[in-house]
Design a protein around this ligand. Structure first.
Ligand code: HEC
Length: 134
């Protein structure tokens, strides 16, 4: 009896942990973890999946929904394209200096934004949206 209660509590704890992870978005695969961390720090403030954000709203207007407006949901971004925009800026996105985002960090962002969708640590809802847009 006691063992069953303990086992049931264990299952509840595992489920709670899993649903918390799904709500926050899972972790990116280890090889893309640094890119996600740098992206979350410098880019997600304008480019996460919300039309209230400057970058996402601008890209929604630019592409009219033909591709996802949030950068992390896109599958068409090459690292070179990401590097070009980050170093040169566009519209009211200012260029990022190497003292802010180093070349190595920028390469990591480029790898993250071109990683397979299921390795990016997206939430279940984001992943579904990104796959639907492919
Ligand atoms: C202050 C808000 C802001 C921040 C921070 C920001 N961006 Fe942007 N970003 C924008 C805006 C606005 C655009 C322009 C969209 C347009 O062309 O109208 C843009 C455009 C882009 C584009 C071009 C996409 C396309 O298809 O035209 C890329 C790539 C990009 N940003 C990457 C990044 C990355 C990577 C970071 C972090 C290092 C970043 N941005 C940080 C606001 C921001």
């Amino acid at each position: 009896m006691k063992a069953q209660v303990v086992a049931a509590l264990g299952a509840v704890a595992v489920l709670a942990a899993l649903s918390a992870q799904a709500a926050e978005g899972g972790r990116a695969a280890p090889e893309f973890a640094e890119g996600k961390a740098v992206y979350d720090e410098w880019c997600a403030t304008c480019h996460a999946d919300s039309l209230g954000l400057a970058g996402t709203l601008a890209l929604q207007t630019k592409y009219q929904g033909a591709i996802p407006a949030a950068l992390a949901l896109r599958t068409d971004l090459e690292p070179e394209v990401v590097e070009y925009f980050v170093r040169n800026g566009v519209a009211w996105m200012a260029p990022f200096r190497k003292t802010e985002v180093s070349d190595a960090q920028l390469a990591a962002i480029g790898a993250y934004l071109s990683a397979p969708l299921d390795k990016r640590g997206l939430t279940a809802a984001e992943l579904a949206k990104a796959k639907a847009a492919q």
